[in-house]
Design a protein around this ligand. Structure first.
Ligand code: NIG
Ligand code: FE
Length: 432
C-alpha cells in the first residue's frame, strides 16, 4: 500500500461501456485501477516463441541495460513474473501462449499526466499552429470547464483516456489535480484519480487560481494550508509548476516543503518554457523527478547527474507547442537518469501515446531506440521510485506488451503505427 493512499476505492464507478461484454468490462476495470488483480488467475502461463524480450535487467541476455533475450519465454504466475529466459529452458506451466516470433517488452510507465479535466482546447491549439505562442495562462480555460463538470463527467473522461492509453501499452500511470484550484475541486480531482492509480499527485500549484489573481500570496497560503489538508489523504506526491506565469522558486519551495511535512513527496514542473530555479530546487528537495527540463544550464545538468532526481522528458509538449526539444543526449551523456512520459493534458500535450513519445525522442532528442524504451519503462518507474514495475524479472509485476513487430526498435522505426498487439496488466491479459 502506498503511503498516503486512501484505504478503499471510492464508490464512483467508471461509465459502463455498452459495447463491452462482461469479461472485457472486468478486465478493463482491472486494467484501469490499481486495486488488487481480480482477473489474473493464480495458474501459471508460459508466453513463448518471443523473438526478442526486453527485461530491463542487465544481468540477463545480452547484458545491455535492456537485458535483451533472443528466442525467449516468460512465465506469469498470478500478478507476477515468475521466470524469464531462453525458451528452450522454460519450466512446465498450466497454460501456454504463442507470441508468434514477436517482441515482448515491459508495459509503459507513464509517470506524468493530467487526466482529471473536462473540455478541450482545440481553438488554442489551432491558434498555436498559426503562430501564437503557448503560455501557462491557457490552463484557466480548462479550470473553468473542469469546475463546471460533474463528478461523473470527470470520472468518465478519465476512464476514457485511461482505456485509450492502455490500448497503447500504458500499464502504470501517474496523474495530477491542477484544473480545480479550489479546496473542493482539487480534493475531488484527487479522489477520482485515486480510484484508478496509486500514483496521484496534488498540483494545487498549477497556476495561481483566477480567484486570487490580485493576491498570489493568499493562494500560496491556501495551497499550503486548507487545500493541502483536504488533498493530502488522496495523494502520494506534490507538484508545482515552477515557471514564469505560474510560481517562482521561493513559492515553489514553500509549497513543496509544506507538502513534505504532510508526508507527500515532491516532483516539479521545471524549466519547461524558460531557464529557472526548478531543477536546482528539485535536487535540493530530493524530488523524485524534475519534469520537462527543456531549458537547462550546465549547472542544472550537473546537479541532476549528482542526485537521485530523474529528468522526465515530455516531447508531446514540445511537439504540441512547437517548442525547442529537450536535449536528452546531453542529459544521458552526463549520467542523468532520464524518463520519457506523455504529459497528457488538453493544453500543451494532448497525446496518451507513449510510442509516439518514443518516436519523437529518437528522431529529435538524440536518444537511441534502446534508451528511449528504457526511459519509457524502467525510467518511468525510477521517476515514481518504484522497483516492482518497468522490468520483467522474477518477482516484478506482470505488466507486459506483445508488439506486432520482431523488435522494440520498430516503436521508433514505424512511427504512428499501432504496434501494441497485446497487453497483460498484473498478470491479466487485458487487451488484443
Ligand atoms: O505539463 N506545465 C504545466 N502543466 C501542463 C500544461 C497544462 C495545460 O496547458 O493545461 C504541462 O505542460
Ligand atoms: Fe505537466
Amino acid at each position: 500500500m502506498t503511503p498516503g493512499r486512501p484505504p478503499a476505492r471510492p464508490a464512483c464507478a467508471p461509465e459502463p461501456d455498452p459495447t463491452a461484454d462482461q469479461a472485457t468490462k472486468d478486465a478493463m476495470s482491472n486494467a484501469t485501477t490499481d486495486s488488487p488483480a481480480h482477473s489474473a488467475s493464480t495458474a501459471s502461463t508460459l508466453i513463448t516463441n518471443i523473438a526478442a524480450l526486453v527485461t530491463n535487467d542487465p544481468s540477463l541476455g545480452d547484458s545491455s541495460p535492456l537485458g535483451l533475450i533472443q528466442d525467449a519465454a516468460v512465465v506469469i504466475e498470478g500478478d507476477r513474473v515468475a521466470w524469464t529466459g531462453d525458451q528452450s529452458k522454460a519450466p512446465a506451466t498450466d497454460n501456454r501462449f504463442d507470441a508468434g516470433g514477436r517482441a515482448v517488452i515491459p508495459g509503459f510507465v507513464d509517470s506524468h499526466s493530467h487526466l482529471v479535466f473536462a473540455g478541450d482546447r482545440t481553438q488554442e491549439f489551432n491558434a498555436r499552429m498559426s503562430g501564437r505562442p503557448y503560455s501557462a495562462g491557457g490552463i484557466r480555460t480548462t479550470v473553468a470547464a473542469t469546475r463546471a463538470a460533474s463528478d461523473e463527467e470527470l470520472e468518465a473522461n478519465l476512464t476514457h483516456y485511461l482505456r485509450e492509453a492502455l490500448r497503447q501499452g500504458t500499464t502504470t500511470f501517474e496523474t495530477k489535480s491542477g484544473y480545480g484550484l479550489t479546496v473542493r475541486d482539487e480534493a475531488r480531482a484527487l479522489r477520482i484519480a485515486a480510484a484508478h492509480t496509486d500514483e496521484v499527485t496534488y498540483l494545487g500549484a498549477h497556476i495561481v487560481s483566477p480567484d486570487h489573481a490580485d493576491d498570489p500570496a493568499s493562494y500560496v497560503a491556501l495551497v499550503t494550508g486548507e487545500m493541502l489538508d483536504a488533498c493530502a489523504p488522496y495523494a502520494r506526491w506534490i507538484d508545482v509548476f515552477c515557471e514564469k506565469g505560474a510560481f517562482d522558486g521561493d513559492q515553489a519551495r514553500a509549497i513543496l516543503t509544506a507538502g513534505k511535512a504532510k508526508g507527500l513527496h515532491p516532483r516539479i514542473h521545471a524549466n519547461q518554457l524558460s531557464y529557472g530555479p526548478g531543477v536546482q530546487l528539485a535536487v535540493e528537495l530530493d524530488a523524485a523527478s524534475a519534469d520537462h527540463c527543456t531549458h537547462l544550464t550546465d549547472a542544472d545538468v550537473d546537479a541532476l547527474a549528482n542526485s537521485r532526481t530523474v529528468a522526465t522528458l515530455l516531447p508531446g509538449a514540445e511537439f504540441s507547442t512547437r517548442a525547442e526539444w529537450p536535449d536528452a543526449r546531453r542529459l544521458l551523456d552526463a549520467g542523468v537518469t532520464v524518463a520519457l512520459s506523455t504529459d497528457c493534458n488538453p493544453g500543451s500535450s494532448f497525446t496518451s501515446s507513449v510510442p509516439f513519445c518514443i518516436a519523437l525522442a529518437v528522431r529529435d532528442m538524440g536518444m537511441t531506440p534502446d534508451e528511449a524504451l528504457w526511459s519509457a519503462t524502467a525510467g518511468g518507474a525510477a521517476a515514481l521510485r518504484r522497483d516492482d514495475i518497468g522490468r520483467l524479472t522474477p518477482g516484478s509485476r506482470a505488466d507486459l506488451l506483445l508488439l506486432d513487430a520482431p523488435s522494440h526498435v520498430h516503436l521508433a522505426y514505424r512511427p504512428g503505427v499501432p504496434l501494441v498487439g497485446g497487453v497483460w496488466r498484473k498478470g491479466a491479459h487485458v487487451g488484443s
